[in-house]
Design a protein around this ligand. Sequence first.
Ligand code: 4NP
Length: 152
Amino acid sequence: MKKVLCVCLGNICRSPAAEGILRASAEKRKIPILVDSAGTGGWHVGRPPDARMVQAASRRGYDLTTQRARQVALSDFYEFDYVLAMDESNLADLQDMAPPNSETALHLFLAFSEVTQRETPDPYYGGASGFEHVLDLVEQGAAGFLDFLEDR
Ligand code: 4NP
């Protein structure tokens, strides 16, 4: 079973959405994967996802309420087959952190989808439309990643 870690900055907006949507989509398609998420930063460790993201995701049928934020750990680079970054800055931070003997594949979350943009923008300081935009992108990114896994 492939293990996938979704990573953003705070682990309270984008990567919790990615975790919840990827898990639900994989279950629906009967693709056996283990999904987790983490943040490169530690400010929100132990907290549930941002209430705005929990509500926006819930309206689309995804339950993020049981998730709690955690920070990326060195062991993640041995534990997970894929570590998927939500934006270029997260990816650069992960590349800096990755131990040289890690075999984890580091990619942008949207790299597997047809979406033309590469980054999932941080919605934290913006309005409600930013959260909907993240969910639109993440739904497409999750579908693209699962297509990729199925084709392998
Ligand atoms: P996320 O959003 O990386 O999608 O979880 C953020 C959440 C919190 C902060 C930044 C981004 N923050 O600076 O506290």
